[in-house]
Ligand binder design. Structure first.
Ligand SMILES: *Cc1c(COP(=O)(O)O)cnc(C)c1O
Length: 226
């Protein structure tokens, strides 16, 4: 199947599943060549997710020269080491994997005051996996409070990568927990634009949308296997 027809299929699915609610489709283009991204752009896709800082920055530079008129949006969605924060702060529009104060502080310090604030999501380790990045649910509020005081960052919500589950019932547990945490965050900061709950990948998109996801991150179902 072509990238354009994959996108069309996924957009239709999202529309049916979300029942009129706005759900953003983030195309995860990690490891894929610029030609694949160009196909997606030609099919109307504008928001892209990248996991590796260097690869992402190279693509951002390429597209900002070649398609300077297009409002492409680049999301960093990979694990972020503190020595790589500057490249993220200077190039991306979003960072979805903020999971500690030090990273938030560095992103804030390194984001130009002349640029729009960097949109950030707090990554939650909702399945409590030892190997995964993200903070425990109890640590969300203190980190959110700290980020609220950082002028170059705009806290937009939460992100999670739940552990793979075999059944829909098993998928639902962490996704429903995320929905609860997201609502609590919105209630704690009613003045802020906390509008993004980033969850759902190729395998759990439907369940994630049923649990209130506002942004699904889809790679394989758009671009094929990596
Ligand atoms: C790779 C990746 C995705 C996309 O996963 P697919 O299963 O290919 O849809 C989504 N989110 C994150 C954080 C990823 O690393």
């Amino acid at each position: 199947m072509s990238i354009a027809s994959n996108l069309e299929t996924i957009r239709k699915e999202i529309q049916q599943l979300s029942q009129g609610r706005e759900v953003t489709l983030l195309a995860v283009s990690k490891t894929k060549p610029v030609s694949a991204i160009e196909n997606a752009i030609a099919a109307g896709q504008r928001a892209f997710g990248e996991n590796y800082v260097q690869e992402g920055v190279e693509k951002i530079h390429y597209f900002s020269e070649k398609y300077s008129g297009l409002p492409l949006q680049w999301h960093f969605i990979g694990p972020l080491q503190s020595n790589k924060t500057r490249l993220v702060a200077e190039n991306f529009h979003w960072c979805q994997t903020v999971d500690r104060l030090k990273i938030a502080q560095r992103l804030n310090d390194q984001r130009s005051p002349h640029a729009q604030p960097l949109n950030v999501l707090i990554q939650v380790n909702i399945s409590d996996e030892e190997s995964k990045s993200g903070i425990a649910p109890t640590e969300i509020m203190p980190l959110a409070q700290a980020i609220m005081a950082m002028p170059q960052l705009a806290l937009r919500g939460l992100m999670a990568i739940p552990a793979p589950a075999k059944t829909q019932a098993a998928q639902e547990i962490p996704l429903a927990q995320m929905q609860k945490l997201f609502i609590e965050l919105q209630q704690a900061f009613p003045q802020a634009a906390i509008d993004t709950l980033s969850m759902g990948m190729s395998d759990d998109m439907a369940t994630a949308i049923a649990c209130g996801s506002t942004m699904v991150r889809i790679g394989t179902a758009i671009f094929g296997t990596r």
